[in-house]
Write a protein that binds this ligand. Structure first.
Ligand code: MG
Ligand code: ZN
Length: 216
């Protein structure tokens, strides 16, 4: 197990170059037979726990690398590394999202031939991560029943760009009197064909479905 931390200072001219770098990343992942999954969602939606639960189930049959985007801490990477998974922490400083070039810099720390599955935990926020493609084959948006009923309606663009929406912490829905059907309706209003999974990363409910949907 290796655990690394790098710090990236971003410039202002990155947005234009991002798509190009994302395409390079996608090509590189394909060349190495890596499924890359970009996991987006606000702070506290359970992105890290979702990755941990997936790693518990998958580390026996996949060689997993996790890139953890965070402003300053290594908390998430440490949690995932505790499952024996290699991690690279990307501390973005002031940037509230990852971009494709940060992924390139982080991947210089590893040998891509050692992996076939890459989880990228994006910085916790549901707004700008969606605007920066990383070159991942799958983009998951994680929302949580703890966020209240308006998350989807307030972030339609993020949902539009996702490949899959995970509604996490469904084990808490009843206690919070949360209307999951209504949230799903909001998602379908943005994209009628969007795959939606009800998951509890904590109890494991829905994790098998998520793995199947990702082809894992
Ligand atoms: Mg996290
Ligand atoms: Zn941002």
């Amino acid at each position: 197990m290796t655990e690394k931390t790098i710090r990236i200072d971003i410039g202002k001219d990155l947005f234009g170059a991002n798509e190009e770098a994302a395409t390079e990343n996608a090509t590189s992942f394909k060349k190495h037979g890596i499924l890359a999954v970009d996991i987006m969602g606000s702070v506290g939606t359970g992105k890290t726990q979702l990755i941990e639960t997936l790693c518990e189930r998958l580390s026996g049959r996949h060689r997993i690398l996790m890139l953890a985007g965070d402003l300053a801490t290594t908390i998430d990477a440490d949690r995932v590394a505790s499952h024996g998974v290699d991690t690279v922490q990307i501390n973005t400083g002031t940037a509230c999202h990852l971009d494709a070039r940060m992924i390139q810099v982080a991947l210089r720390e590893v040998n891509l031939s050692d992996y076939d599955l890459l989880f990228i935990e994006n910085v916790g926020n549901l707004i700008c991560p969606a605007g920066y493609s990383l070159g991942a084959a799958k983009k998951i948006v994680v929302v949580s029943v703890t966020e209240g009923p308006y998350m989807i309606r307030k972030h339609p663009l993020t949902i539009k760009r996702a490949d899959l929406v995970v509604i996490n912490k469904i084990d808490l829905a009843q206690a919070l009197e949360f209307n999951i059907e209504s949230l799903e309706e909001d998602i379908r209003e943005v994209d009628s064909k969007m795959p939606i999974l009800r998951v509890s990363a904590k109890t494991g409910v829905g994790i098998e479905d998520l793995m199947t949907t990702l082809g894992l």
